[in-house]
Write a protein that binds this ligand. Sequence first.
Ligand code: GLC
Length: 429
Amino acid sequence: MTMHQSLKQQAIDILRMNDRGGYTVPTARLYPYQWEWDSVFAALGFATFDRDRAWEEIETLFSGQWDDGMVPHIIFHKTDPDYFPGPEMWKSNTVPPSSGHSQPPVAASAMLTMMQTGTDMDRERAKALFHKLYAWHRWFHTYRDPDNTGVVGIIHPWESGRDNCPDWDIGMGRIVVPDDLGDLPRRDITHVDPSERPTAEQYNRYLAIVKFGHECQWDHLEIARNGPFFMVDPCVQFALMRGDRDLAELATEFGEPGIRDEAEAWLKHSKAGCDSFWSDDVGGHVAKDLRTGGLSTAFTNASAMALYADAGSPDQQKRLTAEIAAILDHCSFGFPSWDPRDAQFESRRYWRGPIWSVVNYMIGIGLSEKGETALAERLRNDTRRAVETSGFFEYFDPLTGEGLGGKLFTWTAAIHLAWAMGDDMLQAG
Ligand code: GLC
């Protein structure tokens, strides 16, 4: 067996091994539940060898959808005392229990990709989920942009999926930790090296937001207006824009012109909104604190997703593409989650430097659609090389390719199969 074949087989084995019956966990022990965007990317991986199982992953995800349309970021199918903060902290009051906010809405794009590369079966399964998908997008526009600005906010750094990126430092810095929060039984640092995880101070602030949420029974308008944290995340905004574009395409396929028009109107409004979080200093779109108007200070892998959403004017796109190229010149493995030319860059700490396969996948699609083929190929190769160097880790050091965080990770395996390996039917471009 060549290395290529054996890595492919390992990736398949990881998806099978992390399968808990209808859904996959991101990795055993560290993340024992179903995570939203992890699952969607898992489906793209499954789609390369087991289409039925791929759809099942997304169907199980939507089984946790709230009545208001939200698809939560974690669904607690079976209680696992090894994970904190579990269902008892979130108090979602839903069946199954879940966390109280969402994560980047990447399902529309994955469903469209699976449908376009599949058969009638894929079409039928996509169609059956279509109205749930639409309800989720409508939830984002209603509850995360209550003033209809064209830009959605996130109520917790975890909603971004980029948990402790320095992007959130401005919003996190203003959070007052309530006295009655108590001592928190962190579990994550018993599984992996604490230097690769968030600090205790950050963790208390994360939980202060959770407390505010359950105390108002997860009233999402109240949280958006008065909650401790409300920031623009380029990753969520761009995933939603791409998702709206793909939702409109699905609506056309399924004979739903009303939904198509609505999704196109959302997209147009969102494109106009993107100017509000563009930074000339950085040369890209950055996170923005919606309470104070403050902008984050460096280019991230979320900034690099602008092309995937076709966000920004032609001049802005030119500028941000130049930044992408310049940043890649500073790394052996792209694309870093924080600009390595900035003093706050930490090559090994969670979302403060390391690279993630799933974000590379979206950046790569955007670059390739804009004709930036060399940059897109570079990212695809880097994603594969990181796995060849270290194995299927959660994330990687951009300077050395060292694998970090959890091992035998679902989404790293899935993206290897769906995109990074470059030899199958789910290729980008
Ligand atoms: C971390 C990541 C998040 C991911 C989750 C499960 O919380 O920051 O993006 O969904 O782990 O892998």
